[in-house]
Design a protein around this ligand. Structure first.
Ligand SMILES: Nc1ncnc2c1ncn2[C@@H]1O[C@H](COP(=O)(O)OP(=O)(O)OP(=O)(O)O)[C@@H](O)[C@H]1O
Length: 444
């Protein structure tokens, strides 16, 4: 940890500094509030020891300034026995703990251990929270396909370095899952893995979500926030759907990648963050650059190591193993005993194009396990797309009616989309229209 010691007495700074350094931490010291703030400006700290009586300055006022400069900073107050009431007040204002003077190195060790434990717990909670929302059945990051094996090897090798990794591939191929695995195999695996979903917010909100903002910087900014870059400091920042990052934010991300610097919205102060960036997209970024929607310099900066996940239809050697894993998982979750896929289902799986890739496979099997009434999963337990798949004659340019083409196109887009809204967006129609068309065309 980087630890800041703020005390007007040189001897206290020295003794505390020696104790903290002997515990393997980095030390910076400051004799007053102004110098302490300067230190935080240069680089953020993990913890700070602050004297309540800083000569002519009030330690409580300095405490507030430090917390404003770095929200969430862990501050431990040094206090004389006589000023315990002040220490209690400091805790009320956001201090983490206090140590009465005179103190022993052991007290410093104990409090720093407590800071370390709290940080670990906070990060663990964050990680677990995002894992729960994913609800992932046993992930299988192996492959029988040589191309996929090679790609996984590259990704896992890159994981051990701080290199930026760009994960490309169609929707549902497992880009987010691979990003998390790269983090899990990295040296910063104990620290946070923070995801930012680039298209989910307006430009203003996305900028604030990434870099944080100060109170009053825009309508609705009622508090100071740190942003996800700060939350990922020391860990990994996963930028999902990077191809949709608005052009206005792109230079700010480039600066973070190149200089490790950023500014919160509404605050012209340079902050530092040491984050490992992983980005993913299902767009062709090189095409986006050509079309002027993505900055070339950012593209090259992100594209240090890139891997392209193949669609499920290009992984025939993995298909049935993945399907089996899902079957076992969903049977367990639903307390059902569905022993196997029937031969006809296996055949249908191999023939099918899987436009929605692993996501679609998961959904198809979850549904089939729910619907199956015997020991086998039968073709009747599969969605309608599977009975239509033989109809490959419906293609653009084929001698078919516009209606047939429309039905087939909507069916395929629905099968590969996460939800109705996403499908409507792809089709360029509003969700209510898609809902009506789906009913009219019997695509439920
Ligand atoms: N290796 C794997 N083993 C089992 N399931 C997986 C694996 N990789 C991904 N999945 C499952 O496939 C689904 C899609 O994965 P993920 O969200 O990572 O894909 P994606 O490529 O990021 O999709 P999108 O581009 O739409 O965001 C999830 O339900 C995930 O649990």
């Amino acid at each position: 940890m980087r630890v800041l010691i703020v005390d007007d007495e040189p001897s206290i700074r020295k003794i505390t500094g020696l104790a903290v350094e002997s515990m393997g931490h980095e030390v910076v010291t400051a004799p007053n509030g102004a110098r302490a703030l300067k230190e935080l400006e240069t680089e953020s700290c993990d913890a700070c020891f602050l004297d309540v009586n800083l000569g002519t300055e009030d330690g409580l006022v300095v405490l507030e300034k430090l917390l404003k400069a770095q929200p969430g900073l862990v501050v431990i107050m040094f206090t004389a026995y006589a000023s315990i009431a002040v220490a209690v007040e400091a805790m009320r204002r956001g201090a983490f703990d206090f140590i009465p003077k005179p103190f022993t190195p052991d007290q410093i060790r104990q409090v720093l251990d407590k800071v370390g434990r709290t940080r670990k717990l906070e990060q663990k909670v964050k990680q677990l929270e995002s894992q729960i929302t994913e609800e992932t059945p046993g992930l299988d990051l192996t492959s029988a396909e040589p191309a996929m094996q090679k790609l996984l090897q590259i990704a896992f090798k890159a994981a051990e370095t701080p290199a930026t990794v760009l994960i490309l591939g169609p929707s549902g191929t497992g880009k987010s899952v691979l990003a998390r695995e790269v983090h899990r195999r990295s040296t910063q695996k104990e620290n946070a893995f923070i995801t930012v979903n680039c298209p989910s917010l307006s430009r203003e909100l996305l900028e604030s979500e990434l870099f944080g903002h100060v109170k009053g910087s825009f309508t609705g900014a009622v508090n100071d926030t740190m942003g996800k870059v700060a939350a990922a400091d020391g860990g990994t920042l996963f930028l999902d759907e990077i191809g949709e990052l608005p052009l206005e934010i792109q230079p700010k991300l480039l600066r973070l990648l190149q200089e490790r610097e950023y500014e919160r919205v509404g605050e012209p102060k340079i902050r530092k963050a040491n984050v490992r960036v992983i980005a993913a997209t299902n767009r062709n970024l090189a095409e986006e650059v050509k079309a002027g929607r993505f900055r070339e310099d950012l593209y090259y900066r992100l594209n240090v190591i890139n891997v392209t996940l193949p669609g499920l239809k290009d992984r025939p050697g993995d298909l049935m193993r993945l399907a089996e894993n899902y079957r076992v998982f969903f049977c367990g979750r639903m307390g059902k005993r569905v022993a196997e896929f029937s031969p006809a289902v296996k055949e249908a799986f191999v023939r099918y194009g899987w436009p929605g890739n692993l996501r679609e496979l998961r959904n198809v099997i979850e549904r089939a396990v729910i619907l199956s009434s015997g020991e086998l999963i039968e073709p009747a337990d599969l969605p309608e797309e599977f009975s239509h798949q033989a109809d490959s004659s419906i293609a653009v340019g084929a001698r078919v009616t516009l209606d047939a083409l429309e039905t087939e196109h909507i069916r395929r887009v629905l099968a590969s989309a996460k939800n109705l809204d996403e499908a409507a967006k792809t089709l360029g129609i509003d969700p209510a229209t898609l809902y009506r068309k789906r009913q009219k065309l019997g695509l439920i």
